[in-house]
Write a protein that binds this ligand. Structure first.
Ligand SMILES: [Zn+2]
Length: 291
């Protein structure tokens, strides 16, 4: 990081044309000193930013009833990790289909929060996530979202990426290729029209898919199909692996659900999942930074 900053600053610190060798040497020395001071200043800014984030999280954690403030994630990787298909279909040309995975390859102690469907539109949840400055990614199904687009526009304005979870949340393997295409491309078009941005990520309802699903998704412009390794509820975690633990790069699924479906609110769910994540020494990172 420091090296990067110095390099970036170095280009902006050119000394002007000098009349004599002596003056040139002085100017060069001044330039070098300026670079050092500049680099220290910039590093200070980064440290300050980090400190401000930690401070904001301490305040927000108290306000929202989290026992510990969320840990700060390391900076986004300079190079995105190579995603390999999870269990893979034995099909020709499989490499060209969007990869399906439950964990992002990384050594960092980070996990990713993904929130599906869109039934519950809890304003407290938006406020909580903004104040805690926690990144997450939404996978929306239009039939649940269309009665309140402004809620999701507010979410998007806060920096959340809105992704594809089909128009009507059907069980994909039961549908023909054409029907699947309508469900996926239809939602691509709806999100693009409503929110101004075409998604690149798709999650099939229930995590169920077949080869047609991936072919259809690809034809609609989908680049990757993230599933999940844990599911978060207001009072528990469901683990997909035998060790019942988080792993670096795990994707956590949860839902836009409220007290009608759950024994708690969305803010209860965040309190619970963040206790698990923080107690285990993990930070929540932004999925888009890694894909
Ligand atoms: Zn769903």
């Amino acid at each position: 990081m420091a090296a990067l900053l110095v390099a970036a600053l170095g280009t902006g610190c050119g000394a002007g044309g000098s009349e004599t060798p002596d003056k040139a040497a002085k100017a060069k020395a001044a330039g070098a000193a300026g670079e050092q001071a500049g680099a220290a200043g910039a590093l200070g800014t980064y440290a300050e930013k980090l400190k401000a984030l930690q401070q904001a999280r301490i305040v927000a954690a108290k306000k929202w009833g989290l026992l510990k403030p969320p840990l700060v994630a390391p900076q986004a990787p300079k190079e995105k990790p190579e995603i390999t298909t999870r269990d893979g279909f034995e099909v020709e040309g499989q490499d060209e289909l969007p990869p399906v995975f439950t964990t992002v390859p990384t050594e960092e102690k980070v996990v990713f929060l993904t929130i599906d469907d869109g039934a519950e539109k809890d304003p407290e949840f938006l406020k909580m996530m903004q104040e805690l400055k926690l990144p997450y990614t939404a996978f929306l199904s239009d039939y649940l979202v269309r009665d309140n687009y402004p809620y999701f526009k507010e979410m998007q304005a806060a920096g959340v990426t809105l992704n594809n979870h089909t128009l009507n949340h059907r069980y994909m393997p039961a549908l023909s290729y054409e029907k699947q295409r309508q469900e996926i491309c239809g939602q691509q078009d709806t999100i693009e029209k409503t929110f101004g941005k075409r998604p690149t990520l798709f999650r099939p309802p229930y995590g169920n898919y077949n080869e047609d699903t991936l072919r259809a998704a690809k034809s609609c412009g989908i680049k990757a199909v993230p599933l999940w390794n844990e599911e978060a509820f207001p009072n528990r975690m469901d683990w997909r692996e035998w060790d019942k633990d988080l792993h670096p790069g795990d994707i956590i699924l949860t839902h836009f659900r409220g007290k009608e479906d759950w024994k708690g609110s969305m803010t209860d769910m965040i309190r619970h999942v963040m206790k698990t994540v923080t107690d285990k020494g993990y930070a929540v990172a932004r999925l888009e930074d890694y894909l």
